[in-house]
Ligand binder design. Structure first.
Ligand code: GAP
Length: 473
């Protein structure tokens, strides 16, 4: 796998993260036993826990903590007319070039970017071809290093399916959705009417999206199948930009709440806006190859609802009860990828230090986000009385904290290291003192320090350490 190294990059770190992810059950290349399947990854037992925790944090911030945002789960398949109206069937494309020597396909805009030339996504095929040719002596194939390319061709990113196409006649293609927000736009009226909402209000959704990416890259950063967490906020045009600033601030704080160090985040303002957009910023994270897009926050004007109103021939306006005026709401959105956030969290949490004279690797996740919250060990596997007591404590703890695991495999040092590598914040060990005085040791992942704790106080102490004040009891 190619790891790009930008000026601030730590290429070695990325390789370590990919290897840990595979070794410890976070993410595996798709269809690996059949030789793999480019641009798609499967998430293992700890990967799915981490993903679920990140999605729950997002849902908590975007739905539960707000009185003005509701949730939605729209279908992946939608009428193909939606993609016509939104402009995706014509405009949702990347410029593709192929190396004539090794047949590697690349995005022309990304190759141009490497030599300091900015290619705007609005450029026509002819325009981008022209600047590609002007710079062709400086552009090298990332795979073989040659400079012999085909013409640039615009390549549509929508993934076609044959859903319902039983006769294989000339029926319109049905697409797997390229972004989740279109399901929100087309349900705007349903949600507005059924929930009796007033502007401004938002609709949040988490779900799969599919794109025929030309060059999926950087592990799970750019894939062909991924999940988006999108919130579309419907506003009065007069307050669109005020709400936009509030959303930017809100999303920034949500990133900090994940435990991301602020120095690893920055805003990037879009230089060239699509014609309908008022403003667009990305939150960038300092990935091992340098700062790159994590989430987009965009002020989209009334483009989306106007397009769908034209497309379906129905009014999608809003009646303001106070002024009696009708207008099409303006939309601001926040749109982030779950896999990108997983990668950012792995990069943020990855740490190495020396403990007991040995180098160790650990993931210093915020405890509430860790895939496993607690591991319970009997000190010795071959002492039935210790194993029995440890099982008892494990089963009791499991009623209150999840997920937790039981491990009696290998020496205790190795068991600690295994938990460190998946980021388990606390390990509870049952030893001979436990049988004598009903205490256990609780080891802290980050410091490696152990503390003796009474078994009847264990659950509340751990809950407090993992979830904070809200779970003191
Ligand atoms: N509705 C707006 C929209 O979809 P986008 O910039 O194309 O905007 C938003 O995508 C976010 O979705 C990105 O910031 C990124 O986190 C995630 N994303 C987009 N394409 C992706 C891909 N191929 N693989 C993984 N995540 C992706």
């Amino acid at each position: 796998m190619e790891i790009k190294k930008k000026e601030t990059g730590e290429a070695g770190k990325m390789e370590k993260i990919i290897s840990l992810a595979k070794r410890r059950g976070f993410a595996y290349p798709s269809s690996e036993i059949y030789g793999g399947f480019a641009g798609v990854y499967d998430f293992g037992p700890y990967g799915v826990e981490l993903k679920n925790n990140l999605k729950a944090q997002w849902w908590g911030k975007m739905v539960y903590e707000r009185d003005d945002i509701v949730g939605l789960d729209s279908a992946i398949f939608m009428s193909p007319k939606i993609w016509e109206a939104s402009g995706h069937t014509k405009g949702f494309s990347d410029p593709l070039v192929e190396c004539k020597e090794c047949n590697a396909r690349s995005r022309a805009d990304k190759l141009l970017e490497e030599v300091g030339v900015f290619a705007d996504e609005k450029m026509s095929e002819a325009e981008i071809n022209k600047i590609f040719k002007e710079n062709k002596d400086r552009i090298k194939c990332p795979k073989c290093g040659n400079k012999n390319f085909t013409d640039v061709k615009k390549f549509n990113l929508l993934v076609k399916s044959n859903l319902g196409d039983f006769t294989n006649d000339k029926s319109e293609p049905v697409y797997l959705r390229g972004e989740t927000c279109q399901g929100i736009y087309v349900n705007y009226k349903n949600v507005l009417d059924s929930m009796r909402l007033k502007l401004p209000f938002g609709i949040a959704q988490i779900g799969k999206a599919f794109r025929n990416e030309i060059s999926p890259r950087q592990f799970i950063f750019r894939g062909r199948e991924f999940e988006q967490m999108e919130m579309q906020y419907f506003t009065d045009p007069k307050s669109e930009m005020e709400e936009y600033e509030k959303l930017r601030e809100y999303r920034w704080k949500a990133m900090l709440d994940l435990g991301i160090d602020e120095k690893n985040l920055k805003w990037k303002k879009h230089k060239n806006l699509v014609f309908y957009a008022k403003e667009a910023y990305d939150i960038e994270y300092n990935f091992p190859w340098g700062f790159d897009e994590l989430e987009g926050i965009h002020a989209r004007g009334n483009y989306d609802l106007t397009q769908h109103s034209k497309g379906c021939g129905k009014e999608l306006d809003y009646l303001d009860a106070e002024s009696g005026k009708r207008f099409i709401p303006h939309i601001i959105e926040s749109s982030g990828g779950v896999e990108r956030l997983v990668l950012a969290m792995l990069a943020e949490a990855y740490a190495e230090d020396e403990l007991g004279g040995e180098t160790r690797v650990f993931l210093k996740f915020k405890p509430s986000l860790a895939p496993v919250k607690v591991a319970v060990f009997p000190l010795l596997k071959n002492k039935p009385e210790l194993v029995k007591k440890a099982q008892e404590i494990y089963r009791e703890l499991k009623k209150e904290i999840r997920p937790i695991i039981f491990d009696d495999n290998g020496n205790i040092g190795k068991r600690y290291r295994r938990q460190d590598e998946i980021g388990t914040p606390f390990c509870v060990t049952i030893d001979f003192d436990t049988l004598e005085n009903s205490t256990v040791t609780v080891r802290d992942r980050d410091t490696g320090k152990q503390e003796r704790v009474k078994t009847d106080e264990l659950a509340s102490l751990l809950k407090h350490s993992i979830y904070g004040e809200r779970n003191k009891s």
